[in-house]
Design a protein around this ligand. Structure first.
Ligand code: KIV
Ligand code: ZN
Length: 414
């Protein structure tokens, strides 16, 4: 069975740290699913996998084959339905996990086994109860076993950012020698800062020349406990990482993982700064976010960057006035860039006359200066009492004579 699996899983190395192309590794279906309210059925995972394929992600981590029959089934189903992205399964550094991952992936055109083992003393001592040498031995054995089954093996020293640096380097070196094709260095508990995280990538790359010599890809994997996941991921990219692990809407353990949409948009909007490319189709970001929001139990918070309901909404009068004059005043990207249909000028107590007039005109009412002034007073009084002002509220506050002349330009009003 092993030879057969290897033959069907043959694939090319994804990338290298020497190119300027960043590979997007989406773990919504694995790390994302590991958070309250996010568990998905096989059918739901498949729906999401289609959205990820449509979005242009390079690798879909479809689950953790050993974790449950459901995860195994979902990975296997996805490998048979999704062809463009490479499909990955997570595995602990254990023979049974790795063999199970290979079995779940056997129908994939291009597959990856993602092996992880903790590298911090805290995890080794309290969680795994093994010493440093044993962890190194397991790293070598498990990466070798995975490489005997598939050509594409990722190794993650879990809790890399809280690991003693010389030992982390040693573990990465062992994984590289054993045949890992991608080395992912996770900030498992979201503890790092952009400077530290970037420096770790620089140092590991400098101390292990084989990484660049053999075209081994370095990867970031950040959690958002301090709200730094996207910033840390971008710092890793600036220091040579050419794979970024992330989830849609930033879902994931505790405060979540780095949000795919934030990283992809930042790389594009600030391409002057990052100077790297990706295969992400930006206008599929919002649709993918919506698909996920319908599958799991919650939507992104309204103020979530890129995909939140308020990401392209403006309420204050000064901002609305600026937006109407030139959207560049307050928007660094058009909503259409990320698949949102339009900017939303929300009418509330901070709005000004310009936005009120604009909305009333959209509704077919053209007011002269004095009428607008009177309507504005009524509008502000209502907005002070009410959180949401709807079109019906606006129409309701207009006197009859204005309502009756709907759609008549102001010049014809007299
Ligand atoms: O956060 C983490 O360390 C992980 C690993 C399994 C890659 O999710
Ligand atoms: Zn994680």
């Amino acid at each position: 069975m092993e030879l057969q699996v290897k033959a069907s899983l043959a694939g090319n190395p994804m990338n290298s740290n020497l190119t300027n192309h960043v590979v997007f590794f989406d773990t919504t279906l694995r790390d994302g699913e590991q958070s309250p309210g996010c568990s998905m059925t096989t059918q739901e995972k498949l729906t999401m996998a289609h959205a990820l394929e449509d979005l242009g992600v390079d690798i879909v981590e479809a689950g953790f084959a050993m974790a449950s029959e459901g995860d195994f089934a979902a990975i296997s189903t996805i490998t048979q339905a999704i062809r463009k992205p490479r499909i990955a399964s997570l595995a602990r550094a254990k023979t049974e996990d790795i063999e199970m991952a290979a079995r779940a992936l056997q129908f994939a055109d291009r597959a990856r086994i993602h092996v992880f083992l903790a590298s911090s003393d805290l995890h080794l001592e309290y969680k795994l109860k093994i010493g440093r040498q044993e962890a190194l031995d397991r790293t070598a054995e498990s990466v070798r076993l995975a490489r005997s089954l598939v050509d594409d093996v990722e190794f993650s020293p879990e809790d890399a950012t809280r690991s003693e640096r010389d030992y982390l380097v040693e573990m990465v070196r062992v994984a590289v020698q054993a045949g890992a094709t991608t080395i992912n260095m996770p900030d498992t508990v979201g503890y790092s800062t952009p400077e530290e995280y970037g420096q770790m990538f620089r140092e590991v790359r400098e101390r292990i020349p084989a990484i660049d010599e053999r075209g081994i890809v370095l990867s970031s994997h950040c959690h958002d406990d301090l709200g730094l996941a996207a910033a840390n991921s971008l710092a890793a990219i600036q220091n040579g990482a050419r794979q970024v692990e992330c989830t849609i809407n930033g879902i994931g353990e505790r405060a979540g993982n780095a949000a795919l949409e934030e990283i992809a948009a930042a790389l594009y909007v600030r391409s002057d700064h990052y100077n790297v490319t990706s295969s992400i189709k930006l206008d599929r970001l919002y649709p993918a976010s919506q698909v996920l929001g319908q599958i799991i139990t919650f939507k992104p918070s309204p103020n979530k960057a890129i995909v939140g309901a308020n990401a392209f909404a403006h309420e204050s009068g000064i901002h609305q006035h600026g937006m109407l004059a030139n959207p560049l005043c307050y928007e660094i990207m058009t909503p259409g860039l990320v698949g949102v249909s339009h900017t939303h000028l929300v009418l509330g107590k901070h709005s000004g006359r310009a936005a009120l007039r604009h909305r009333l005109e959209q509704l077919g009412f053209t007011l002269d200066r004095e009428e607008l002034q009177q309507t504005y007073y009524r509008f502000v009084a209502l907005a002070d009492r009410k959180k949401n002002i709807y079109d019906q509220d606006l129409i309701g506050m207009l006197p009859d004579q204005i309502r009756e002349r709907r759609n008549m330009p102001v010049a014809q009003l007299d």
